[in-house]
Design a protein around this ligand. Structure first.
Ligand code: RIB
Ligand code: CA
Length: 311
């Protein structure tokens, strides 16, 4: 069983990912740490507590994280995608049954992440801050799986950058440069994992509290994607990163050093070094650790895994 800490900005696809992780006996969710991104950290923390109540897992601690990126102001919430409440504005959300723990997300990671897997499905600020607090943490963590980035294809927040990386490029560059094993589950694969209408019905039908929450959360996200991307369905970005943990064989990967652009119009772009460059030339990629980058996926089987677990 994998001991797992999920760093999250819930967020509609974060909610699906959390329910998937909690429905998977291979994973022992030991804690959630929250971060800004889809919503403010305050709303992310409230939603994390509410989602755990809905899942009947109020035993899992929630540690509130950074309110802003390392080196810039928070870009702001995206209510047109995830709703003002972060969960689709589809109905009243119950107040959480308890409070978050009294330690910061960075402190919680320092205390709890040794020997564990960190699943990061939001901006990477808390992980970078945890490394500042405990510089040897990257030698103690089992692995870091990141939903974020775009190695070979376009971004989604801008033409260059994926949203989680765009929200804190400096933190992302630190995380991809540390000594822990990192896997990047980026848009190269998550843009292939599209849950179509009938699949949405499979995870929202039923009288469980989780199905009821998803019934009210998904429509706003689905409508946005239909309008902006002409999609019939929803991208399962964060749930794909959970699927990687459950069955990495469903993904094809390459091992490349990855830098994150922190300047100019491409801020947030994840740049892998694909090889074939002149090693004699000085390069910002020299000496960087190899990142396991997902470059392709068996999307039908990932969708089947996710819908089977959730329905
Ligand atoms: O780009 C997709 C990522 O940004 C997902 O984690 C989504 O929840 C948002 O945080
Ligand atoms: Ca997310």
């Amino acid at each position: 069983m994998t001991r797992l800490i999920i760093d999250t900005d819930p967020g509609i696809d974060d909610a699906i990912a959390l329910f998937l992780a909690l429905a998977s006996p291979e994973l022992d969710v030991a804690g959630l740490t929250t971060v800004f991104g889809n919503v403010t950290t305050e709303v992310a923390t409230r939603n994390a507590l509410t989602l755990l109540d809905i899942a009947g897992r109020a035993d899992i601690p929630v540690a509130p994280g950074a309110a802003a990126p390392l080196a810039m102001n928070y870009l702001g919430a995206i209510p047109h995608i995830h709703g003002e409440d972060g969960l689709g504005d589809g109905g009243e959300l119950a107040q959480p049954s308890r409070r978050a723990v009294d330690v910061s997300a960075a402190e919680f990671l320092c205390r709890e992440a040794a020997g564990a897997t960190i699943l990061a499905v939001g901006p990477l600020t808390n992980l970078a801050l945890a490394l500042r607090l405990r510089p040897d943490l990257d030698t103690l963590v089992e692995q870091v799986v990141v939903m974020g980035g775009n190695a070979l294809g376009p971004g989604n927040a801008t033409p260059a950058a994926e949203a989680n990386m765009m929200n804190d490029p400096e933190a992302a560059d630190v995380v991809f440069g540390a000594r822990w094993p990192v896997t990047m589950v980026g848009l190269d694969v998550t843009h292939q994992v599209v849950l179509p209408g009938p699949g949405i019905d499979a995870v929202t039908t039923g009288d469980t509290p989780a199905a009821r929450l998803l019934r009210q959360a998904i429509p706003l996200y689905r409508d946005f994607l239909a309008k902006v991307n002409g999609l019939d369905g929803i991208y399962l970005h964060d749930p794909s990163a959970v699927a990687y943990l459950l069955d990495p064989g469903l993904f094809r990967t390459e091992r490349w050093p990855v830098r994150v652009e922190t300047q100019g119009i491409s801020r947030g772009k994840t740049w892998p070094s694909l090889g074939g460059t002149d090693d004699a030339a000085p390069s910002a990629w020299q000496g960087r650790p190899l990142v396991t980058v997902c470059v392709d996926v068996d999307a039908p089987r990932v969708l089947d895994l996710i819908t089977t677990r959730l329905s």
